[in-house]
Write a protein that binds this ligand. Structure first.
Ligand SMILES: [Zn+2]
Ligand SMILES: [Zn+2]
Length: 389
């Protein structure tokens, strides 16, 4: 049986808060995990002869700059690889396993399919990634939403579209999903003329007034709305989510057929810090300037979105380099991971989508510049110089 892409089900299942202290002693990998050697990582890129410069993982000899540091060792017991034994997915494994590269049409897809096509764009010429806001993003965050869409489309090289917002009514410890009549976006067209209200499973703490929504009930609603030409659909919300009662929170979850997922940006707000004991205890720090708050939330949201969509596209967690496809066991591990793909995963996405590597880096460079992501801007600039010189 082909291995399913690992979804984000565990990504947010953390028991720790942002300020996890790094241990002073060495943290072992989880039993059974074997860290790849530098040679294994190089081989995972999948070239038998010389590696083309676009995917060359070498250190930039002239300036001694390391574009792709080796997979970092765990520094905390809750780090992903101290908890989960990943097998890794080489480029060759990806090509063999990826359902989007199969000559058989994917189950549940009703759009046009060209079995002889090379890339996902050739095979599913109408295919789009959809992102749908669930609940209020507010004035502050509507810009965040459109910037996320722009980043995702540059990063993936696929058409990314937003869908009309799904209204939620949040109040009195309850969350209602408001379904407007004749919603024509989905496959499940409803003929009802009435607005319907579905109460979502949630939990509420009367003291702190914090409310969390259960991710399962959300997902069930979302599945009905997937457009026919969707490759996948991501619901994004500013509400805090949980999976089961023992969770502090979850960042999100993907649905059974791997085409629908929902994620929360709530815990990516740098002004908030979270209790490691209770899901409902949250502290707000008002000292962070608004611009910085927006920049950090956007950066964290960008990383989350592309990581999760790459999973939906068949790319597993990375164990070869420091990479945005590394698994993360808690928020601080998530936050310190890079925004870029290592050569193994860049080659997977390149093969799946068929973009021009240099052209994509140029667009990313402009995006990072526009949004004040200084470190990433410098990284791409150096990478472009390395590739093009
Ligand atoms: Zn993941
Ligand atoms: Zn990688």
């Amino acid at each position: 049986m082909p291995k399913q892409p690992r979804t984000s089900a565990n990504k947010g299942k953390v028991k720790q808060a942002q300020d996890v202290q790094e241990a002073e002693y060495k943290i072992p990998y989880v039993s059974g995990f074997k860290a790849p050697s530098a040679r294994d990582s190089r081989n995972a890129i999948g070239f038998t002869s010389e590696i083309p410069v676009d995917f060359d993982p070498s250190t930039n000899v002239g300036v001694g700059f390391e574009f792709f540091p080796h997979l970092p060792e765990p520094t905390h017991i809750d780090d992903w690889l101290a908890q989960y034994c990943e097998e890794g997915q080489t480029f060759k494994q990806f090509v063999k396993e990826c359902p989007w590269l199969s000559s058989r049409k994917r189950k549940y897809m009703s759009q046009e399919f060209q079995p002889s096509g090379q890339t996902i764009k050739d095979r599913y010429p109408d295919g789009k990634v959809y992102i749908v806001p669930i609940g209020d993003f507010g004035e502050r965050d509507s810009e965040l939403f459109s910037s996320l869409i722009e980043y995702t489309s540059i990063f993936l090289g696929l058409p990314v579209k937003s869908l009309p917002k799904i209204d939620l009514h949040v109040g009195e410890g309850k969350v209602l999903w408001i379904e407007e009549p004749n919603n024509k976006t989905g496959t499940n067209r409803r003929s009802s003329q009435r607005t319907k209200h579905h109460q979502l499973t949630s939990r509420f703490n009367a003291e702190t007034k914090h409310i969390q929504v259960c991710v399962d009930s959300n997902l069930m609603q979302l599945r009905n709305l997937i457009p026919e030409d969707a490759i996948c659909m991501i619901g994004l919300t500013m509400l805090d989510l949980y999976g089961d009662d023992s969770d502090l929170f979850v960042a999100g979850m993907a649905a059974g057929n791997q085409r629908v997922a929902i994620f929360s940006l709530y815990r990516y707000d740098p002004c908030l810090s979270f209790s490691t004991e209770h899901w409902f205890q949250i502290q707000e720090d008002h000292d962070i300037p608004q611009k910085e708050r927006q920049r950090v939330t956007l950066q964290r949201g960008c990383k989350l979105l592309v990581h999760e969509i790459c999973h939906l596209l068949g790319i597993d967690h990375c164990i070869y380099y420091d990479c945005c496809m590394n698994g993360s066991g808690h928020l601080s591990e998530d936050f310190r991971q890079p925004m870029h793909l290592c050569p193994v995963d860049l080659r997977k996405l390149y093969t799946l989508v068929g973009f021009n590597v240099v052209g994509r880096y140029r667009l990313l460079h402009q995006y990072y510049k526009n949004h004040g992501f200084k470190e990433e801007e410098k990284w791409v600039q150096k990478r472009l110089k390395f590739i093009c010189s």
